[in-house]
Ligand binder design. Structure first.
Ligand SMILES: *[C@@H]1O[C@H](CO)[C@@H](O)[C@H](O)[C@H]1NC(C)=O
Ligand SMILES: *[C@@H]1O[C@H](CO)[C@@H](O)[C@H](O)[C@H]1NC(C)=O
Ligand SMILES: *[C@@H]1O[C@H](CO)[C@@H](O)[C@H](O)[C@H]1NC(C)=O
Ligand SMILES: *[C@@H]1O[C@H](CO)[C@@H](O)[C@H](O)[C@H]1NC(C)=O
Ligand SMILES: *[C@@H]1O[C@H](CO)[C@@H](O)[C@H](O)[C@H]1NC(C)=O
Ligand SMILES: *[C@@H]1O[C@H](CO)[C@@H](O)[C@H](O)[C@H]1NC(C)=O
Ligand SMILES: *[C@@H]1O[C@H](CO)[C@@H](O)[C@H](O)[C@H]1NC(C)=O
Length: 643
């Protein structure tokens, strides 16, 4: 950082000669003229004279602010960078001669308008106070869209990304419509964020995402903001949120979590590290912290053989030695009430992250099953998985993460058959009795298809209930969003990392399910797991969404309560359960609960996993005609005897 700053000063000194030579008498202009009404300044490279009051200071320079203009697009704040600027103190009115620059440290960042070389600085008077602009009162962030350039049917989630570069377009700002334009129009200004609510844990630098006392969209019961798309509308990118960076006086931001309320934040709007920030003059305090105990699921009783509870949980890089095994086990036992089948993802091999050729995960799965037995007072799961080829499925090298099933043998069993291996592809086939079975059970879906390069292959299984009825499951873990670009960066729409991979993975998975449904249109099929994608990215998950039903939609879960993960400012559902027509249309219906044991944790370190588990209660077969559906709990007690 220091070297970087020194280099910038040297460069500035070398280059400044040009500006000075061009205009020996620098133009006297207003800060609002320097900022202009577009993303970039009309004065770039020119040396100008401005005056303003110093509002804030850090170790690299100061910010000054002048009179507001009637044109809200032109900010009246400006960053002065470098040693000369640092002579000024907060409250001084200064006259500054310096060179205007557009600065960014990384290619995909937006530019920050600043004076990067201050030739001279003179204090005119002292003891001035600048009243901050109160956001939500004086200016209010727009809802929904970040940029006019995020065109396409899914807005900011449209693929492909990086069709346009915002800074090359250098559009005139439209701050009433677009979030990036709004925050750009405040660049360098002193603002107050009244009554801030945090939407997530701090990032690894201690910065926190908040919204203030102004209108928001997607607000969930907890206070987070959820991504969703309603009735074909373009999903909101939540431009009404802002990052709170490190406080300028060196105080530390508190450790936030979703829904935590903070004291008012007054600070400077700037752009750094791929996003607009408010740098607080001093760190806020916690006003009100929500209870970190997530409610256990209510979906805890099924007795009828046809009604099952299916859990889904990404258990985050679990190996036999993982310290979080008991924590995950207690979630499965106490929060999910030991579902009949649990889809798990991110089971590592028996040697964990050691890159030694081991691919079996029996020890990992046994450790999990043992821990659940202890946590539940005796519920004993069986487990199955198919070992991947060493280091062929992505994830941490040597970890060989894969998906697996746990099940309660008193409730369900695999249809007898032969398990597949890493490279064998399972297919739905008709058996002698006219029932669909899988050529390998369980088996991986088209594992040598290029869609699965460096990715986890889905595991399909054919099951039977205790009453002998068949149903089918597919457990998936699609490619992650690594290599995404900042949502508030130059590339528009932002790059949704590996979206094309996830699209072909959804397609191959859907092709398998379609071949099963071609043989048995009334089959009960459940496709679930970590898809690393929101349903609002419709183009990506369309193959599955158009063939099957989102369990949330069948169950009528409110849109804003559909989340299993929190990233940056957004609560989001990237773990999904889809069901076939037969399940969606059964009279008993589908019930869903996302159990927020991790997104609601007290701190990031207190989580067991980065994902929340989900539990679904549904019917995989029709009860006998003389039975009432759904059964009451009293009847269930009675039913237990005859099943
Ligand atoms: C950006 O737009 C402003 C206002 O139209 C203009 O003055 C400035 O020269 C433009 N900058 C670039 C690099 O196009
Ligand atoms: C976007 O595309 C440009 C070329 O037009 C390229 O230079 C840049 O690296 C790309 N950005 C991202 C984030 O992929
Ligand atoms: C927070 O800011 C709002 C808006 O300026 C103001 O009404 C309120 O009194 C402030 N709260 C505190 C505790 O200062
Ligand atoms: C189901 O769970 C709820 C909440 O944990 C509990 O109050 C209730 O007694 C449970 N019901 C049964 C039948 O176990
Ligand atoms: C793993 O367990 C399965 C049965 O649960 C067994 O068939 C298989 O041989 C075991 N593999 C190893 C490497 O121990
Ligand atoms: C899977 O089984 C097939 C048939 O037995 C065999 O040819 C193939 O080598 C096996 N693949 C792996 C990765 O063991
Ligand atoms: C998969 O993609 C192919 C080629 O684009 C398309 O024809 C097919 O309908 C897709 N399948 C599904 C199930 O979406």
């Amino acid at each position: 950082m220091k070297l970087h700053a020194a280099l910038r000063t040297v460069l500035a000194l070398l280059l400044a000669g040009n500006g000075l030579a061009r205009s020996l008498v620098p133009a006297k202009v207003k800060i609002t003229d320097v900022q202009g009404v577009a993303f970039q300044s009309p004065f770039v490279g020119q040396t100008v004279d401005v005056t303003g009051v110093v509002t804030a200071k850090d170790k690299f320079g100061v910010w000054i602010q002048d009179e507001r203009s009637d044109d809200v697009r032109a900010s009246n704040g400006l960053r002065l960078y470098g040693a000369t600027a640092k002579h000024a103190n907060v409250g001084e009115r200064v006259s500054v001669t310096g060179r205007v620059a557009e600065y960014r440290s990384t290619a995909n960042d937006l530019f920050l308008t600043e004076m990067d070389y201050v030739v001279s600085l003179k204090t005119l008077s002292t003891d001035h106070t600048v009243e901050p602009l109160v956001l939500g009162v004086d200016r209010t962030p727009p809802l929904n869209k970040l940029s006019s350039l995020d065109v396409g049917p899914d807005g900011w989630l449209s693929i492909p990304g990086n069709v346009t570069l915002l800074e090359s377009t250098n559009a005139t700002l439209r701050p009433d419509e677009f979030g990036l334009d709004f925050w750009e129009s405040l660049e360098g200004q002193l603002v107050t964020v009244p009554w801030p609510t945090a939407t997530n844990f701090p990032d690894r630098f201690g910065s926190i995402w908040v919204y203030g006392d102004w209108p928001v969209t997607g607000q969930n019961e907890r206070g987070g903001l959820t991504i969703y798309s309603e009735d074909g509308e373009v999903p909101s990118a939540h431009p009404e949120t802002i990052l709170i960076g490190r406080a300028l006086d060196g105080t530390r931001n508190p450790k936030t979590r979703m829904g935590l309320k903070l004291s008012n934040i007054t600070g400077i709007v700037t752009y750094q590290y791929g996003a607009y920030y408010v740098l607080p003059l001093t760190a806020p305090e916690v006003i009100e912290a929500p209870d970190s105990d997530a409610r256990p699921s209510n979906l805890n009783s099924t007795v009828h053989a046809c009604q099952l509870r299916i859990g889904d949980y990404n258990v985050e890089n679990m190996s036999p030695r993982s310290r979080h095994i008991p924590h995950i086990a207690s979630h499965i036992a106490e929060h999910l009430h030991t579902p009949d089948i649990v889809f798990v993802q991110e089971i590592q091999d028996d040697s964990g992250p050691r890159n030694n050729g081991v691919v079996s995960a029996n020890k990992t799965l046994s450790a999990l099953v043992d821990a659940i037995r202890k946590a539940s007072g005796g519920v004993t799961y069986e487990f199955v998985n198919v070992n991947p080829e060493d280091n062929k499925d992505g994830g941490a090298p040597g970890g060989n993460i894969r998906v697996a099933y746990l099940w309660r043998p008193e409730r369900v069993s695999l249809v007898p058959g032969t398990a597949g291996n890493a490279t064998l592809s399972t297919q739905p086939v008709m058996d002698e009795d006219g029932n669909v079975e899988l050529s390998y059970n369980p088996g991986r879906i088209d594992p040598t298809h290029p869609a699965w390069e460096e990715a986890r292959k889905p595991l399909a299984a054919a099951w039977q209930t205790a009453s002998g009825e068949r149903f089918y499951t597919v457990n998936v873990h699609f490619s992650s969003k690594r290599d995404s670009s900042s949502v508030r960066g130059d590339a528009r729409p932002p790059v949704n990392g590996h979206a094309e991979h996830r699209l072909s993975q959804a397609n191959v998975t859907a092709t398998f399910v379609r071949s099963l449904l071609d043989l048995a249109p009334d089959a009960s099929v459940i496709v679930g797991g970590d898809m690393n994608e929101y349903l609002a990215a419709r183009a990506v998950l369309r193959p599955l969404a158009s063939l099957l039903h989102d369990a949330n939609a069948v169950a009528g879960i409110p849109l804003e309560e559909r989340y299993t993960y929190a990233y940056e400012q957004n609560a989001q559902e990237i773990d999904h359960v889809f069901v076939s027509d037969a399940i969606a249309e059964r009279p008993g219906g589908v019930e869903v609960e996302h159990v927020h044991v991790n997104t609601w944790a007290e701190t990031i370190g207190a989580r067991a996993s980065d994902h929340d588990p989900t539990v679904v209660r549904l019917w995989v077969c029709d009860p006998d005609e003389d039975e009432d559906v759904p059964l009451t709990v009293d009847e269930l007690d009675h039913e237990q005897i005859i099943l």
